[in-house]
Design a protein around this ligand. Structure first.
Ligand SMILES: *Cc1c(COP(=O)(O)O)cnc(C)c1O
Length: 413
C-alpha cells in the first residue's frame, strides 16, 4: 500500500486551487482515493532519490531547489520539504506569492525569488524573509530606498545578463553596478548570478562564452570587495554537462522532477520521473462500424469495437490538439485517443474484444505494468518540452503524494 504525505493538519494532498479531503488512518498509511477520478500522482521517493543524486554529483557545491510554478506543477510544499530533506540547502521560486505560500506552510529554508520586483512589492519580500533579485537600475534604486528604511539587512542576489537577453544588468557594466551597490546601506549580498540560454544544446560554445563573461563579473566583485556569499549560474543542463559552471551553488529545476532538459544533454545523473497522470474509465460501450465519436465526427469506428469514455479533458490540461493523436494505457495496453478531446472527457478505442470496465485505471502519462506513455511521446505530440507538459496539468487535477515513507521523512515508519 502506498502511503500519502502529511501536509499540514489533516489535509493529505494539495490540489492547487481546490481542496478535497481524503481519509487517512491514524498511521497516515492508508488513503482512499480522492473523489475526483483524474489525479497527478507525485512519487516523493523518486523526487528524493533524484535530489540525492544531484547533491552527490555537485558536492561540495550547495543546491538551490527550484520549486517555482508550484514545483513545475508537482505541488510546491510537499516537494520543497522532500527536496530539503534530500540535501538541498535553499529554495527558489519565481514570484513573492510563491515564496509566501512556502512560508505559510512553515518552511524556514532560505528562499530566493528569481523574477525582479516593483517598489511596492518590497515589503512583501521583507515580511516573508524572501531574497530579492536585483536586475536593473530602477530595482537598484528601489532597493536602496527600502533598505535604508528596513530594520535588518535586506538579502539580495544581483543578476547579470551575459547573453540570455532577458533580465539582468549588462555584464559590461559590472564595475559601475558594484560601485553603486556598495553605497547602499543595509544590504546583505547573498548571491551573484547569471543564466544560460543554450546550456541544453550539444554545442556548448555560447554557454562557455557566457561563463567567461560571468567570470569577468565575479572578478569585478572581488576587486571592489563586494562580499557575495554565493556565485551561481548552473541550471539542470549545466549541472549535467558543464561542471566548470557550478561554483558554490547550483540551481536545478526540471531534472529534480525526473526529466532531462533536452535530448542533447548527457545523462550524467540518473533521473526518475516523479509524476504519473491517471484517470479512470467512466463508461464502456460497444459500437457498430461507422459510429462517429465526439464533436465534429472527426473519427468513426471502421469496425465493431469498444469505446471507453474517460473523465479528463482540456480543462484539466489534456490539450485539444491531442485529439486523434495520443495514446493512453488501459490494463497494460496502449490504446488510441479517438475523436476530439472535449473540455471534460476523452474517448479511447479499446479494440473489438477488449475487456475493460468502469473504474479501471487509465494512464495518461507514465507507467502501467510494462507499458508506458513517456514524456518524450507527449512532447512530440504537442511540439514542446517537459517543462510545459507538467505545468499544463490543470488545477482541477489533485496532486496525490505517494511514497512519503521512503522520502527521508523523519515520521516514516
Ligand atoms: C527556472 C530556472 C532554473 C531552473 O532551470 P532548469 O532548466 O529547470 O534546471 C534555474 N535558474 C533560473 C534563473 C531559472 O529561472
Amino acid at each position: 500500500m502506498r502511503s500519502v504525505a502529511p501536509i499540514g493538519k489533516g489535509l493529505h494532498f494539495r490540489p492547487t486551487g481546490i481542496r478535497l479531503s481524503i481519509k487517512v488512518d491514524q498511521q497516515n498509511q492508508v488513503f482512499s482515493k480522492p473523489m475526483h477520478p483524474t489525479i497527478a500522482e507525485i512519487d516523493l521517493a523518486a523526487l528524493f532519490r533524484n535530489m540525492r543524486r544531484i547533491v552527490q554529483r555537485v558536492q561540495p557545491s550547495e543546491v538551490m531547489a527550484v520549486v517555482k510554478a508550484d514545483a513545475y506543477g508537482h505541488g510546491a510544499v510537499p516537494c520543497a520539504r522532500t527536496l530539503l530533506r534530500a540535501g538541498a540547502t535553499r529554495l527558489a521560486v519565481a514570484y513573492p506569492a510563491e515564496g509566501a505560500e512556502l512560508r505559510a506552510a512553515g518552511i524556514e529554508a532560505p528562499i530566493h525569488v528569481f523574477a525582479g520586483y516593483f517598489a511596492e512589492q518590497i515589503p512583501e519580500f521583507l515580511e516573508h524573509h524572501l531574497e530579492l533579485t536585483v536586475s536593473n537600475d530602477e530595482q537598484l534604486r528601489w532597493l536602496r530606498d527600502a533598505a535604508a528604511r528596513a530594520r535588518r539587512p535586506v538579502p539580495v542576489h544581483v543578476k547579470f545578463d551575459t547573453g540570455m537577453g532577458r533580465v539582468g544588468f549588462p555584464w559590461e557594466q559590472a564595475p559601475d553596478v558594484f560601485q553603486r551597490l556598495r553605497e547602499c546601506p543595509n544590504v546583505q549580498f547573498v548571491g551573484l548570478m547569471t543564466h544560460f540560454s543554450t546550456a541544453d544544446e550539444a554545442d556548448k560554445s555560447f554557454a562557455r562564452e557566457q561563463l567567461l563573461r560571468f567570470q569577468a563579473v565575479i572578478d569585478a566583485a572581488r576587486r571592489l570587495h563586494v562580499p557575495f556569499q554565493y556565485w551561481h549560474a548552473a541550471n539542470s543542463a549545466a549541472i549535467l554537462d558543464l561542471p566548470e559552471t557550478w561554483f558554490n551553488l547550483v540551481r536545478p529545476g526540471v531534472m529534480m522532477y525526473g526529466y532531462y532538459p533536452s535530448d542533447e544533454v548527457s545523462h550524467s545523473v540518473k533521473l526518475e520521473p516523479v509524476l504519473r497522470w491517471t484517470s479512470r474509465i467512466l463508461q464502456v460501450k460497444t459500437v457498430e462500424p461507422g459510429t462517429p465519436v465526439s464533436y465534429g465526427r472527426t473519427w468513426e469506428a471502421d469496425r465493431a469495437t469498444t469505446v471507453a469514455t474517460v473523465p479528463v479533458g482540456y480543462a484539466d490540461g489534456y490539450r485539444r490538439s491531442l485529439s486523434n493523436r495520443m495514446h493512453a494505457l488501459v490494463r497494460g495496453r496502449r490504446v488510441p485517443v479517438v475523436g476530439r478531446v472535449c473540455m471534460d472527457m476523452i474517448m479511447l478505442d479499446l479494440g473489438p474484444d477488449a475487456k475493460a470496465a468502469p473504474g479501471d485505471e487509465v494512464v495518461l502519462l507514465g507507467q502501467q505494468g510494462d507499458a508506458q506513455i513517456d514524456m518524450t511521446e507527449f512532447c512530440r505530440a504537442l511540439d514542446t518540452i517537459p517543462y510545459e507538459i507538467t505545468c499544463m496539468i490543470g488545477k482541477r487535477v489533485p496532486r496525490v503524494f505517494v511514497n512519503e515513507d521512503a522520502s527521508g521523512s523523519r515520521d516514516a515508519r
